[in-house]
Write a protein that binds this ligand. Structure first.
Ligand code: GRF
Length: 239
């Protein structure tokens, strides 16, 4: 596949995957793992050519690991406290990931800031989901901050990871209206439902070789009608 004007400076050549050459994924988690579950279930339900090679956590007791094991997925835990520092942990994590030769590394509630070295090693293959409409509200407590700021729309973003936290090139976003009677929990719940849908959609594009990133950090989506999604105020979300 050749995109116009992109023969020079490609970072990520779109790949075409198939049942005989599935998209190899490593998923990084730290806690509950509902995004990981959404990815695994969507891949199975939609028969995506995906092989989840490993689910890796920095928390040994992450519920996400338990669920992954129950699905027969390979898991590994690398407790970050066992390492002298951030560099050592990220080196061990990168080595564990690379042993699986992934096409993509998906962060799904992985609550660690990654070192520049780690991010560079996986540049173009490292993707995150963040619970806000970036560049608004990078970092933690996004739902509380959205309510405090009085925004009318909140939501989530799937983006390539760069060394600056929550700043990488945006692949797609899902907007969620903030309702008059919302509190942190109700808003978080609706945004989480949108996260599950958005991450599954992006995974589907990745498996179809539709997502490219050029050297300037621009994202190209091939034959994708729209990368902006929104829930309506009255939507009863079944996701
Ligand atoms: C999600 O909101 C994700 O966007 C954020 O942390 C939360 C993790 O939830 N980074 P889960 O573990 O996927 O259920």
């Amino acid at each position: 596949m050749q995109l116009p004007g992109l023969s020079e400076g490609y970072i990520l050549q779109p790949k075409l995957f198939s049942a005989s050459r599935p998209c190899r994924l490593v998923i990084l988690v730290s806690g509950r793992g509902s995004n990981m579950q959404a990815l695994v279930q969507a891949a199975s339900r939609q028969a995506m050519p995906v092989q989840v090679c490993a689910v890796i956590s920095n928390q040994m007791d992450a519920p996400a690991l338990q669920w992954a094991r129950e699905q027969g997925l390979r898991t590994a835990s690398l407790p970050h406290r066992n390492y002298q520092g951030r560099e050592q942990f990220d080196e061990a994590l990168a080595n564990e990931i690379e042993a699986h030769e992934p096409d993509y590394v998906l962060l799904a509630g992985f609550m660690r800031v990654l070192t520049d070295g780690f991010v560079r090693r996986f540049h173009g293959r490292l993707i995150n989901i963040h619970p806000s409409l970036l560049p608004a509200f990078p970092g933690l407590n996004t739902h509380r901050r959205a309510l405090e700021a009085g925004v009318a729309w909140h939501g989530c973003t799937v983006h390539f990871v760069t060394p600056e936290v929550d700043e990488g090139p945006i692949i797609a976003q899902w907007a969620v209206p903030v309702l008059a009677n919302d509190n942190e929990e109700t808003l978080a719940m609706r945004v989480l439902q949108s996260e599950h849908r958005l991450y599954a959609q992006v995974l589907s594009w990745l498996t179809q070789g539709r997502v490219s990133l050029d050297a300037s950090g621009k994202v190209y989506l091939t034959d994708v009608g729209c990368r902006s999604f929104a829930s309506t105020p009255n939507e009863q979300d079944a996701a």
